[in-house]
Ligand binder design. Structure first.
Ligand code: FE2
Ligand code: FE2
Length: 340
């Protein structure tokens, strides 16, 4: 049997309990102290046996032997160590693109952890260096979705329940992509969507509230309604965000539209420019809709979440939102809330 076939057949046989690891993944571990239990497939007895324990110190010979065994496809980690493995991979997200043994739901967990953490880091330190890491991880997501846009579904089932700026940004990004992909499903199937467009839209949706990172947290954590003055400050976040994009040299129209227009409403009831109808571009409308949906359905310091089904029904009746997008979101949420 060819080496590659042999590796695959061992992995298939053990798929349910173990993940086979490859050299990329091994290299991402601490060389002398792997962060989780490792197992070795013993061919003579056709069984998986413990190889070394989490955090155990390996000798130089063991390090060499381990690399050799990994290369032969004989080293595994247990699915019971899923949380450790997910956390580990989330620090080096591009590994999800090379690890063929991860399930779609496991990959979705990894993206959720990685992107939410990167968003949080960027919002607490919105400088180019930190942004670069967030951008890299967002591009891993778009590469993953570009290969099969339906993969967004597993991600859209992993929204955060509690509001923080990072959680909200993750949720809005994922829901925005889910609605967009549904709306453009034929174009995605036909391969007619440009990768660059998906990249920029993704960045716009995840970053729509970046201006909020400049608002002092105590103002956002208040458990009662804001004063008119405070509200004015908060409402400036779209303009502040736009200025931050320029400083990050992120001058793509898709990103700018999400940032500047997500509080504009088709009936003119929004801000800051009180734009109406077609004056608000399709991405501004998309971002506005999912932003509201995600804000309504998470727990805030000032209130409990609205049920998803109620939230979409409310949005569908609101003349401020794009009716077609609203219907797509509603159909999607109703389908998800159906018992299986
Ligand atoms: Fe906003
Ligand atoms: Fe928002």
């Amino acid at each position: 049997m060819a080496a590659a076939d042999k590796k695959a057949s061992i992995a298939d046989a053990l798929d349910e309990q173990y993940y086979q690891i490859n050299l990329d993944i091994l290299e991402s571990f601490s060389k002398y102290r792997p962060p989780l239990n490792l197992y070795r497939f013993k061919e003579d007895v056709a069984r998986v046996l413990p190889y070394c324990k989490a955090g155990e110190r390996l000798s130089n010979e063991q390090v060499e032997q381990l690399a050799q065994l990994v290369d032969e496809g004989l080293v595994f980690v247990s699915r019971e160590d899923h949380p450790v493995y997910v956390k580990h991979i989330s620090y080096q997200l591009d590994l999800v693109l090379v690890d063929k043994n991860l399930h779609e739901t496991e990959i979705a967990d990894i993206f959720t952890q990685a992107l939410t953490r990167r968003l949080g880091e960027f919002f607490s330190q919105p400088v180019p260096l930190v942004f670069g890491k967030l951008w890299t991880d967002m591009m891993v997501l778009t590469e993953y979705l570009y290969a099969d846009a339906n993969r967004i579904r597993a991600l859209s089932r992993r929204l955060h329940q509690t509001h923080t700026l990072a959680n909200h940004s993750f949720n809005s990004g994922i829901m925005g992509l889910a609605v967009h992909i549904k709306q453009q499903s034929k174009q995605y199937e036909a391969g007619e969507v440009k990768r660059k467009f998906l990249d920029h839209l993704t960045a716009g949706l995840f970053l729509h509230d970046l201006g909020m990172s400049k608002i002092p947290p105590f103002m956002l954590e208040k458990d009662k309604a804001l004063t008119a003055e405070d509200r004015g400050k908060v409402q400036r976040h779209t303009q502040v965000g736009y200025e931050m994009l320029a400083k990050l040299d992120l001058r793509f129209p898709e990103v700018e539209e999400c940032v500047t227009d997500h509080h504009e409403r088709i009936n003119g009831s929004g801000y800051p420019q009180k734009k109406q109808g077609q004056a608000i571009g399709p991405l501004g409308r998309l971002c506005g809709l999912v932003d509201s949906y995600c804000a309504m359905t998470t727990k805030h310091p000032y209130g409990e979440p609205v049920e998803p089904a109620k939230a979409v029904a409310q949005l569908a009746q609101d003349q401020g939102y794009d009716q077609e997008l609203s219907r797509i979101l509603q159909a999607m949420v109703m389908l998800q809330s159906k018992p299986k």
